[in-house]
Structure formats: structure tokens, C-alpha cells
Design a protein around this ligand. Sequence first.
Ligand code: DX5
Ligand code: ZN
Length: 221
Amino acid sequence: MPLTPWIAPSILSADFARLGEEVDAVLAAGADLVHFDVMDNHYVPNLTVGPLVLKALRGHGVTAPVDVHLMVKPVDRIVGDFIEAGADYVTIHPEATEHVHRSLSLIREGGARAGLSLNPGTSVTVLDPVLDLVDLVLVMSVNPGFGGQAFIPRSLDAVRAVRERLDGLDREVRLEIDGGIKVDNIGAAREAGADTFVAGSAIFGSDDYAATIAAMRAQIG
Ligand code: DX5
Ligand code: ZN
């Protein structure tokens, strides 16, 4: 069964000049998890922030769980830096590592929870050999690289396929969806089986973070 729903604002759409205040504001507005997008201008055609910025947010006083979404290739060398900086979840893309099993193990051995992310063009079967090593599965509902892209409806099929796999387990694994999530499609994502909802532009682009998060929560129960 899907877990208690969590809403995870993506910092990608925050005002980076005021990042600490922006993160404080979404948490005060009811967010459950901070989604921290890391892009490297190699695996994806964009460049964002690294472990120093996560460390700065922790130093600023952010104690909420942080979900680090690594769109970085190669990924193994940098995993430990994010764990040391304060990541709770570290999520990788299978295309960004030569050895998915090893990368997920590294995350867990470092003391964080491990996530595997599936792009719209990635088969959910990549999950099967490593199902026992994941604490979170991230279904991308856009191609990774940018905020503000249009939701790809077909990604709900991937959510359903992952849901079936997770329902067969006897432990809690989060099923997260990321990309183009808004008030008007979050309900469909919940129905398909997601329990963790990333939203960047829908929250940070709104005038009232609390009202937007409340409107999202009303759709997912
Ligand atoms: C895209 C990122 C997303 C992005 C979501 O590569 O992984 O987390 O920030 O932004 P929206 O909600 O605007 O699609
Ligand atoms: Zn993301």
C-alpha cells in the first residue's frame, strides 16, 4: 500500500539568492521533505548545486529530511559528500553508473536511504535485480534537467508498474513522482500509487506556498 503522502518541494524553482529562507518558507507552509536537485551539465544539460549548498542549508538550521536527486555521471565519488553534508535520501539514475548495485550499496553503507530513479524512457525492469537495495523509487514524469516542463501522462503506467512491485515487499519503500506535478494532476499520481510528490514550479511559482501545498494535499488525502 502507498505510504502517508509526502509533498516535496524541489529547490530548483526556488530563489537561489534566498535559498535558506525559501526552504524555511516551504517547510513552514507544510512541506514534508526537501527535494534537492543536483545536475552536472553532463548527465543532464543543466548545472545546479553541490554538497556545499546542502551543508549550508543544514548550517542555516534546516532539520527536515532532504531527498538528494543526483542527476550526475559518474555518481559514486560524490555520494559520500552528500551524505556527509546531511542527505537523508540519495537517489541515482541507473544510466549514470556502471554498476547500479554497487552505487545503491554505497549509499546505504554511508548511512543514507537509497533511491533509484526511472526516466520516461527507462524500463521499470531495471528495478527488479536491485529491489532489495532501494528505500525509494523515483518515477520521472518529465525528462530530467529542467523545472517547469509538461507532465508526461504515460509515466503513470510506470508508477503503476512500480507500485505492483513494491506491494509485494514486506518493508516500506517510498514511490516518488517528479516532474510537472500540479494541483490538477497530483490526484491521478496518487491513484496510480505514488506517495511522495515532488513539485518545483507549482509551489515556488505560486504566490502562497501554504495555499498551494494545502490544495495539493486536499487532492491526495
Ligand atoms: C527535473 C527535476 C525536478 C524538477 C521538478 O529534472 O528533477 O525535480 O525540479 O520541477 P517541476 O515541478 O517544475 O516540473
Ligand atoms: Zn528532481
